[in-house]
Design a protein around this ligand. Structure first.
Ligand code: GDP
Ligand code: IMO
Ligand code: MG
Length: 430
């Protein structure tokens, strides 16, 4: 197994960016395979903080190839703005180290409009999306009317596709009482950005096949988390892509046999941004405390993240659904100082015990968590770089987490800083 797939095992923001950045030292190619600029991945390297939404987290390391795969929905303006921002922070980005799949779907301003119209509709389901047009862009992809990166190189095709797209969107806009889209303005905007995107466009599946055949190590960077997966998550309070490890293959064009080690990123407690069920949510002082200590504010929207106890039943489900071989446990340090800690081991629903999270919306809202209580620790784990530096009670917590979720800890993260990471088992060497 020489490749590694990183996926979030909860509701996103588990610390994927930090772990992908750390692992990218050992990788040659880093690939995003789903989602879009709804993601916000934070890297802290010395005094520099990088916030990435579309660019793979390997981009900050010189000599690594970054790939945006076909499964990603690409907002061209957001991509160019992010490239400029990173360049301003001293990161070198050129077609030599960044490639964008020529068959990836584009997010246009009309997708963002529709995302907002749906969220604000009085009679719709409010999801609490990032309002970046992610859902509407995936709808158009599945509806076979999307404009793709490769279409930017063909003016006649672009216009034809745009007309098809506009007839669909204008009908929806009229339904919402919104003005129709301005074709000429949109076309002009697209044509202005096209050459900048086309610079990076490539059949990335060929590049990845070449990397595989020549034994280069590929690191897949998932966005969002398993509970936001459009099939397996808390539907309809999910994102519009498959966030599971399995989609690393479909979203990049590399066969599933080459995926290798599946690393789940797991926060030592639970957070969620946006609407939807959250059995272990703490609306009391402890929740507030976790949010402040863990600096739980969204990277993309700045929204306050909801916080709660560790839900082992949910993560156990993620371990099974993704085929997780091992986890990176992050933000253990945020728990420092609590007298006691609770872990949810399963649920109760209508007087019956359940050891998994049910699929029906009403059941998801009705379950009550079953907790076990563990002793907390007063000593600091913050910045610990070796297992022996951890207080015995913290080690006990980690061991219990492993037992309950059915997967071992391969990496342990003890601060936002790149090097405050303890390696238990190298995922590339499995
Ligand atoms: P991602 O979306 O999964 O990449 O995660 P985010 O970057 O959205 O959120 C994770 C936040 O926690 C970021 O601010 C990270 O810098 C921070 N972080 C990551 N690992 C740790 C850790 O072990 N301890 C602490 N205190 N913060 C961490
Ligand atoms: P990273 O990669 C946390 C959530 C939104 C909303 C739902 C749907 O940083 O972990 P969308 O805009 O995707 O249609 O919103 O999904 N969401 C995330 N929550 N982390 C993310 O990404 C998220 N990306 C989307 O808050 O509830
Ligand atoms: Mg995030």
């Amino acid at each position: 197994m020489s490749n590694v797939v990183v996926v979030g095992a909860q509701w996103g923001d588990e610390g994927k960016g930090k772990i992908v950045d750390w692992l990218s030292l050992r990788a040659d190619v880093v690939v995003r395979f789903q989602g879009g600029h709804n993601a916000g991945h934070t890297l802290v390297i010395g005094n520099n903080v990088y916030k990435l939404s579309l660019l793979p987290s390997g981009i900050v390391r010189p000599g690594k190839m970054s790939v945006i795969g076909n499964g990603v929905v690409v907002d061209p303006w957001a991509l160019i703005a992010e490239i400029e921002k990173l360049r301003g922070q001293g990161v070198a980005i050129s077609p030599a180290n960044l490639k964008v799949a020529d068959n990836a779907v584009l997010i246009l301003p009309l997708h963002r409009d529709l995302d907002g119209l749906r969220e604000d509709a009085a009679n719709g389901v409010k999801i609490g999306t990032t309002r970046r047009g992610i859902g509407p862009a995936y709808e158009d992809k599945i509806g076979r009317r999307a404009i793709r990166v490769c279409d930017l190189a063909d003016r006649a095709m672009l216009e034809r596709k745009l007309d098809g797209l506009l007839s669909h969107h204008n009908a929806l806009r009229r339904g919402f009482g919104a003005p129709e889209a301005d074709r000429a303005a949109l076309l002009a905007e697209i044509e202005a950005i096209a050459p900048q995107i086309l610079e990076y466009a490539a059949p990335v599946w060929l590049e990845l096949d070449e990397a595989r055949r020549t034994g280069r190590r590929i690191l897949f960077e998932g966005a969002q988390g398993s509970l936001l997966d459009v099939d397996h998550g808390t539907y309809p309070y999910v994102t519009s892509s498959n966030t599971m490890a399995g989609s690393a293959a479909a979203g990049s064009g590399l066969g599933p046999g080459s995926l290798g080690y599946i690393l789940g990123i797991v926060k030592a407690y639970t957070t969620r941004v946006g609407e939807g069920p959250f059995p272990t949510e703490l609306v009391d002082g402890v929740g507030q405390w976790l949010g402040e200590k863990g600096r739980e504010f969204g990277v993309v929207t700045g929204r306050k993240r909801r916080c709660g106890w560790f839900d082992a039943a949910l993560v156990r489900q993620s371990v099974k659904l993704n085929g997780i071989h091992g986890i990176a446990l992050t933000k253990l340090d945020v728990l420092d100082g609590l007298d006691e800690l609770k872990i949810c081991t399963g649920y109760e629903l209508n007087g019956k015990r359940l050891d998994y999270f049910p699929a029906a919306m009403a059941d998801q809202a009705a379950v009550t968590p079953v907790y076990e209580t563990l002793e907390g620790w007063k000593d600091s784990t913050q910045g610990a770089r070796s297992w022996v530096d951890l207080p015995a009670t913290a080690v006990k917590y980690v061991r219990r987490v492993e037992e309950l979720i059915g997967a071992p800890v391969a990496l342990l993260s003890t601060s936002p800083e790149r090097d405050d990471t303890i390696l238990m088992k190298d995922p590339f060497e499995d």
